[in-house]
Design a protein around this ligand. Structure first.
Ligand code: AMP
Ligand code: GLY
Length: 424
């Protein structure tokens, strides 16, 4: 089978790496990919949101399955376009991708179907929004309605912060149309975790648990990022918490899809806030998480290609999901300055020479210049390791991280510690 993976992050590197292990896969392409992905599959120089050219490539190369990593191509209808042209593709159609591309759409869906989430109001009028935050209690959360590359949300602790962010979004339009409408919601207390459910529209298949670390600095301090590290399984999701997630959230969500004729296929990412074993939905994403995909696919013991293929073929009911009895952890190494401004093209010296048994370095924002791996994006590497316990995995991953030239990189030193504190 010939597979096209769309995207260029650590998530797509992990997807390419895991499907290559399948003996059903003869060839993998990745568009546009990165330096690390280019070491294992053929790169295609087409941007991930250039869906017309991706279609042309898939048709002329007789691609058997396309797997879409990021949200942008989904939100502009890559799945609809490929299906209209008779191609098999993994991901939700444009209509159902609104669960991520419009916060208001997802909040209205949750309210309608009684899915636990923060109370909210939405506004298209700046003055109305300012009036609302002037009469609110704090903290509260201001969100751009549309996609904003993970930067469209601010937890505000006072009126000044809320008004400033509303001005950025609605008047300065820093995220252009994405901020024309805003959702303002109640602040939820608790611990965040990520929950992924595969579905072909008939069968639902929840994956094992994982937890991201969204803040830049140790002890969950500093600004929010796309994710600085993740591990799986996440001890916070014990049996009771998982049962509650299935009963309170997953089943009602899929019942809601049915009632509203939303034909969701692919993977649904449910961002959760957990308190006393009960969860509320922080957000839906219509794609796999990054970096959560890396530790999850690292632990997958069944055929990764089949997982994507059988989902796209509507044969998920026959897939036997197996996990290694291991813990895995990914530490993200980001460019100095991220999530703000950072320098491109700085080298990470001798990276290709580094080899540690049980450790894989998934690339995100990297390119190759004169055969040296260089920085080409905010999150640069996702160093991933597994161990018999979370403790072993954490020890092994940091052994490797410490060997990497971090002159131009930053990383958290406490990835996994939250999970270790919860172990009995
Ligand atoms: P979102 O893009 O909606 O997931 O928001 C990004 C991040 O903002 C989340 O991962 C949380 O850390 C934080 N956040 C969003 N909504 C809330 C909320 N209602 N209460 C507390 N934190 C939130
Ligand atoms: N890890 C957060 C995200 O993928 O959105």
């Amino acid at each position: 089978m010939k597979v096209l993976v769309v995207g260029s992050g650590g998530r797509e590197h992990a997807i390419c790496w895991s499907i290559l292990k399948s003996n059903k896969v003869s060839k993998v392409f990745c568009a546009p990919g990165n330096a690390g992905i280019g070491d294992i599959v053929d790169l295609v120089n087409i941007d991930s949101d250039d869906i017309a050219n991706l279609l042309g490539f898939a048709l002329s190369n007789k691609i058997d399955l396309t797997i879409v990593g990021p949200e942008q191509p989904l939100s502009v209808g890559i799945v609809d376009l490929f299906r209209e042209n008779g191609l098999l593709i993994f991901g939700p159609n444009k209509d159902s991708a609104q669960l991520e591309s419009s916060k208001e759409f997802s909040k209205i869906f949750m309210k309608k179907h009684h899915i636990p989430t923060a109370n909210f109001e939405s506004f298209s009028d700046y003055d109305e929004a300012i009036k609302f935050v002037s009469n609110s209690n704090y903290p509260l959360v201001v969100k751009a309605d549309g996609l904003a590359a993970g930067k469209g949300v601010r937890v505000c602790f006072n009126l000044e912060e809320a008004s400033e962010f509303l001005t950025f979004l609605m008047q300065d339009k820093i995220f252009s149309l994405s901020g024309e409408k805003v959702v303002i919601e109640e602040f939820l207390e608790g611990e965040e975790a990520s929950f992924f459910v595969f579905t072909d529209g008939r069968t639902i298949l929840p994956l094992d648990s994982s937890q991201d670390h969204k803040r830049l600095l140790d002890n969950d301090l500093g600004p929010n990022t796309g994710g600085m590290g993740a591990y799986s399984p996440a001890p916070i999701i014990d049996h009771e918490t998982r049962d509650n997630i299935m009963n309170d959230i997953v089943h009602p969500v899929f019942a809601g899809f049915k009632k509203d004729s939303i034909n969701y296929t692919g993977v649904l990412y449910i961002g959760l806030m957990i308190k006393n074993k009960k969860s509320k939905v922080v957000e839906f994403n219509c794609r796999f998480g990054d970096p959560e995909t890396q530790p999850l696919l690292y632990r997958l013991d069944s055929d990764a290609f089949d997982l994507f293929y059988m989902t796209a073929k509507e044969e998920l009911k026959d897939y036997k999901l197996l996990w290694k009895k291991k813990s895995s952890v990914t530490v993200v190494m980001a460019a100095k300055g991220y999530p703000g401004k950072y320098d491109l093209d700085k080298p990470i010296k001798n990276l290709s020479k580094l080899r540690t048994q049980g450790v894989t370095i998934f690339h995100a924002g990297t390119s190759k210049i004169d055969n040296e791996v260089c920085i080409n994006g905010g999150r640069v590497l996702g160093v991933t390791a597994e161990g018999d316990s979370l403790e072993d995995a954490v020890a092994l991953v940091y052994e490797s991280v410490f060997k990497i030239d971090s002159t131009n990189l930053v990383y958290r030193k406490d990835i996994g510690q939250k999970g270790l504190r919860k172990k009995p």
